[in-house]
Design a protein. Structure first.
Length: 177
Protein backbone atom coordinates (compact mmCIF):
# COMPACT_ATOMS: atom_id res chain seq x y z
CA UNK A 1 0.00 0.00 0.00
CA UNK A 2 2.85 2.36 0.84
CA UNK A 3 4.45 1.60 -2.51
CA UNK A 4 1.16 2.45 -4.26
CA UNK A 5 0.97 5.80 -2.44
CA UNK A 6 4.57 6.56 -3.34
CA UNK A 7 4.00 5.75 -7.02
CA UNK A 8 0.80 7.80 -7.10
CA UNK A 9 2.52 10.75 -5.45
CA UNK A 10 5.50 10.50 -7.82
CA UNK A 11 3.15 10.31 -10.80
CA UNK A 12 1.20 13.36 -9.69
CA UNK A 13 4.38 15.31 -9.04
CA UNK A 14 5.75 14.45 -12.49
CA UNK A 15 2.65 15.75 -14.33
CA UNK A 16 2.18 18.84 -12.15
CA UNK A 17 4.33 21.10 -14.35
CA UNK A 18 2.06 20.37 -17.33
CA UNK A 19 -1.17 20.89 -15.45
CA UNK A 20 -0.17 24.16 -13.84
CA UNK A 21 1.57 26.20 -16.50
CA UNK A 22 3.30 29.33 -15.35
CA UNK A 23 1.48 32.60 -15.88
CA UNK A 24 3.09 34.97 -18.34
CA UNK A 25 4.88 37.93 -16.82
CA UNK A 26 4.05 41.51 -17.66
CA UNK A 27 7.47 41.77 -19.30
CA UNK A 28 6.69 38.80 -21.57
CA UNK A 29 3.31 40.23 -22.50
CA UNK A 30 4.81 43.64 -23.30
CA UNK A 31 7.49 41.95 -25.42
CA UNK A 32 4.80 40.02 -27.31
CA UNK A 33 2.78 43.18 -27.90
CA UNK A 34 5.93 44.91 -29.14
CA UNK A 35 6.97 42.05 -31.43
CA UNK A 36 3.44 41.78 -32.81
CA UNK A 37 3.40 45.55 -33.40
CA UNK A 38 -0.19 45.60 -32.21
CA UNK A 39 -0.19 49.38 -31.79
CA UNK A 40 0.96 49.89 -35.39
CA UNK A 41 -1.47 47.32 -36.75
CA UNK A 42 -4.30 48.96 -34.83
CA UNK A 43 -3.43 52.37 -36.27
CA UNK A 44 -3.13 50.95 -39.81
CA UNK A 45 -6.48 49.24 -39.41
CA UNK A 46 -8.09 52.51 -38.35
CA UNK A 47 -6.69 54.19 -41.46
CA UNK A 48 -7.87 51.36 -43.68
CA UNK A 49 -11.44 51.43 -42.42
CA UNK A 50 -11.77 55.11 -43.31
CA UNK A 51 -13.49 54.31 -46.65
CA UNK A 52 -16.11 52.25 -44.79
CA UNK A 53 -16.68 55.12 -42.37
CA UNK A 54 -17.10 57.49 -45.31
CA UNK A 55 -19.61 55.09 -46.87
CA UNK A 56 -21.54 54.75 -43.61
CA UNK A 57 -21.76 58.53 -43.27
CA UNK A 58 -22.93 58.85 -46.88
CA UNK A 59 -25.64 56.23 -46.35
CA UNK A 60 -26.69 57.82 -43.06
CA UNK A 61 -27.18 61.19 -44.76
CA UNK A 62 -28.99 59.47 -47.66
CA UNK A 63 -31.37 57.87 -45.17
CA UNK A 64 -32.07 61.24 -43.58
CA UNK A 65 -32.61 63.21 -46.78
CA UNK A 66 -34.44 60.30 -48.46
CA UNK A 67 -32.83 60.50 -51.88
CA UNK A 68 -30.11 58.58 -53.67
CA UNK A 69 -27.69 61.29 -54.86
CA UNK A 70 -26.51 63.83 -52.33
CA UNK A 71 -26.30 67.49 -53.25
CA UNK A 72 -22.92 69.19 -52.79
CA UNK A 73 -24.12 70.68 -49.49
CA UNK A 74 -25.39 67.30 -48.29
CA UNK A 75 -22.08 65.72 -49.31
CA UNK A 76 -20.29 68.30 -47.14
CA UNK A 77 -22.50 67.26 -44.22
CA UNK A 78 -21.71 63.58 -44.94
CA UNK A 79 -17.99 64.40 -45.03
CA UNK A 80 -18.24 66.24 -41.72
CA UNK A 81 -20.07 63.26 -40.21
CA UNK A 82 -17.40 60.90 -41.56
CA UNK A 83 -14.65 63.09 -40.06
CA UNK A 84 -16.39 63.06 -36.67
CA UNK A 85 -16.96 59.29 -36.77
CA UNK A 86 -13.35 58.71 -37.78
CA UNK A 87 -12.03 60.87 -34.95
CA UNK A 88 -14.33 59.16 -32.46
CA UNK A 89 -13.09 55.76 -33.64
CA UNK A 90 -9.47 56.89 -33.35
CA UNK A 91 -10.07 58.13 -29.80
CA UNK A 92 -12.02 55.09 -28.65
CA UNK A 93 -9.38 52.67 -29.88
CA UNK A 94 -6.30 54.78 -29.22
CA UNK A 95 -3.28 52.81 -28.08
CA UNK A 96 -3.37 54.49 -24.66
CA UNK A 97 -6.81 52.96 -24.10
CA UNK A 98 -6.22 49.66 -25.86
CA UNK A 99 -2.77 48.69 -24.57
CA UNK A 100 -3.89 47.80 -21.02
CA UNK A 101 -6.83 45.88 -22.48
CA UNK A 102 -4.59 43.86 -24.79
CA UNK A 103 -2.15 43.28 -21.97
CA UNK A 104 -4.87 41.93 -19.70
CA UNK A 105 -6.41 39.73 -22.38
CA UNK A 106 -3.08 38.20 -23.37
CA UNK A 107 -2.12 37.64 -19.75
CA UNK A 108 -5.49 36.06 -18.90
CA UNK A 109 -5.59 33.81 -21.95
CA UNK A 110 -2.02 32.66 -22.54
CA UNK A 111 0.48 31.08 -20.20
CA UNK A 112 4.20 31.88 -20.21
CA UNK A 113 5.09 29.07 -22.60
CA UNK A 114 2.43 30.12 -25.11
CA UNK A 115 3.49 33.76 -24.94
CA UNK A 116 7.12 32.79 -25.50
CA UNK A 117 6.14 30.62 -28.47
CA UNK A 118 4.30 33.58 -29.98
CA UNK A 119 7.24 35.89 -29.33
CA UNK A 120 9.52 33.40 -31.09
CA UNK A 121 7.14 32.99 -34.03
CA UNK A 122 6.31 36.65 -34.53
CA UNK A 123 10.00 37.54 -34.29
CA UNK A 124 10.62 35.32 -37.32
CA UNK A 125 10.47 36.43 -40.96
CA UNK A 126 7.26 34.45 -41.57
CA UNK A 127 5.67 35.80 -38.41
CA UNK A 128 6.46 39.38 -39.42
CA UNK A 129 5.03 38.73 -42.90
CA UNK A 130 1.80 37.47 -41.37
CA UNK A 131 1.63 40.51 -39.09
CA UNK A 132 2.12 42.87 -42.02
CA UNK A 133 -0.88 41.30 -43.76
CA UNK A 134 -3.14 41.47 -40.71
CA UNK A 135 -4.50 44.96 -41.50
CA UNK A 136 -5.46 43.78 -44.99
CA UNK A 137 -7.34 40.84 -43.49
CA UNK A 138 -9.07 43.21 -41.09
CA UNK A 139 -9.97 45.60 -43.90
CA UNK A 140 -11.41 42.88 -46.11
CA UNK A 141 -13.33 41.47 -43.14
CA UNK A 142 -14.77 44.91 -42.38
CA UNK A 143 -15.93 45.28 -45.98
CA UNK A 144 -17.84 42.02 -45.73
CA UNK A 145 -19.30 42.91 -42.34
CA UNK A 146 -20.37 46.33 -43.61
CA UNK A 147 -22.07 44.80 -46.64
CA UNK A 148 -23.93 42.41 -44.36
CA UNK A 149 -24.90 45.20 -41.97
CA UNK A 150 -26.10 47.41 -44.84
CA UNK A 151 -28.41 44.70 -46.14
CA UNK A 152 -29.69 44.17 -42.60
CA UNK A 153 -30.31 47.91 -42.22
CA UNK A 154 -32.17 48.01 -45.54
CA UNK A 155 -34.35 45.09 -44.48
CA UNK A 156 -34.96 46.75 -41.11
CA UNK A 157 -36.02 49.97 -42.84
CA UNK A 158 -38.64 48.02 -44.79
CA UNK A 159 -39.80 46.36 -41.59
CA UNK A 160 -40.09 49.72 -39.86
CA UNK A 161 -42.05 51.13 -42.78
CA UNK A 162 -44.50 48.22 -42.58
CA UNK A 163 -44.84 48.60 -38.81
CA UNK A 164 -45.40 52.33 -39.26
CA UNK A 165 -48.18 51.66 -41.82
CA UNK A 166 -49.86 49.20 -39.47
CA UNK A 167 -49.65 51.64 -36.57
CA UNK A 168 -51.07 54.43 -38.71
CA UNK A 169 -53.96 52.16 -39.74
CA UNK A 170 -54.62 51.28 -36.10
CA UNK A 171 -54.52 54.95 -35.17
CA UNK A 172 -57.01 55.85 -37.92
CA UNK A 173 -59.28 52.99 -36.92
CA UNK A 174 -59.20 54.11 -33.28
CA UNK A 175 -59.96 57.69 -34.26
CA UNK A 176 -62.90 56.57 -36.42
CA UNK A 177 -64.55 54.84 -33.48
Amino acid sequence: MNMLKTLLCAGLCSIAPWTFAAQATDQQILKLIEVMKIDQILQQTIQQIRPQIDQQAYVAVQNIVKHEKLSPQEQIVANELADKLFEQNKKSISWDKMQPIYQKIYKDVYNAEEVQAQIDFYSSKVGQSILEKSPIVAQESMKIVNIQLMSTMQAAEKDFAQVNKKLEALKKAAEAQ
